[in-house]
Design a protein around this ligand. Structure first.
Ligand code: SF4
Ligand code: SF4
Length: 262
């Protein structure tokens, strides 16, 4: 695992309020077409990994082996994954083709909302999160001179990013816990750390863990939830987030708590 210090730790650029608009349209007729899909520190969230590996039709293990670097920021005690750029001099995204993005329907959250960036804030003790938005096109981006106008929410809807926003916000809650060190000096490579990483980024192994270990004997998962997690990787990933909170931090939820002894 590499230690990294990313400059883009916090969203930067012009803050946009939810009622404000920005001009933007991206299309293949612009001289900058595809220029932004190279030499990126493209952080992948757990839901991004799930969607991409399903799009590519490969296992989570294969995806993680081929396409990501696992990194640790100084500000967090939980590893993150960065999409590996190609090893050419241009360091293009591995999914970039002359015609554009080859994984477009399942492109990562950051690509969907680009050139906007979003951050999530939580009020202590309150369940509801607050999103903050920034407009941050690179200098070469010509799309910002086009006529189409967007508010942040209209842009998120247009880019089919609502489910991504929900999953990213849910993950941000889990990640915020890891501003404190839970590893008791052993670091995130310890067995507990590897289990938590698996639940977040390796949905295939987490599914085996849930359905093929003693997991369901230890946790009383209700039948309707079981049905949902069998049918949907997204629901399974949400359960994974709850499980990390319980397994590492002892935070019980309505789905994840130990069976009562009778
Ligand atoms: S995933 Fe698609 S949109 Fe995102 S950087 Fe790669 S090619 Fe560009
Ligand atoms: S630089 Fe801006 S307009 Fe050009 S391809 Fe990228 S997002 Fe689209």
């Amino acid at each position: 695992m590499k230690q990294i210090d990313l400059k883009q730790d916090k969203p930067q650029g012009k803050p946009i309020q939810s009622h404000e608009t920005f001009s933007f349209c991206c299309h293949s007729g612009l001289s900058c077409f595809n220029l932004c899909c190279r030499n990126l520190n493209l952080m992948l969230y757990p839901y991004d990994v799930l969607r991409l590996k399903n799009h590519l039709g490969i296992s989570s293990d294969e995806f993680l082996d081929r396409h990501v670097d696992v990194v640790l920021r100084p500000s967090s005690f939980f590893p993150e994954v960065l999409l590996k750029m190609s090893e050419t001099s241009e360091k293009t995204c591995p999914f970039l083709t002359d015609a554009g993005c080859s994984v477009y329907p399942d492109r990562p959250d950051a690509c969907r909302t680009f050139p906007m960036e979003q951050g999530v804030m939580y009020n202590k003790g309150k369940e509801k999160e607050k999103f903050v938005y920034f407009f941050r096109p690179p200098d070469f981006c010509q799309g910002r001179f086009e006529n189409a106008q967007w508010t942040p929410l209209a842009w998120i809807r247009d880019q089919d990013a609502e489910i991504y926003q929900k999953m990213t916000a849910r993950w941000a809650r889990v990640k915020s816990l890891f501003q404190c060190d839970p590893w008791q000096g052993q670091g995130p490579d310890c067995p507990r750390g590897k289990m938590a990483f698996m639940a977040a980024y390796n949905i295939d192994r987490f599914r085996d863990f849930v359905f093929q270990s003693t997991f369901l004997k230890r946790y009383p998962i209700k039948s309707d939830v079981l049905k949902r997690i069998r049918a949907s990787d997204t629901e399974l990933l949400k359960l994974g987030f709850e499980w990390i909170e319980f397994f590492i931090w002892g935070i019980a939820s309505k789905n994840i708590r130990l069976k009562q002894r009778v």
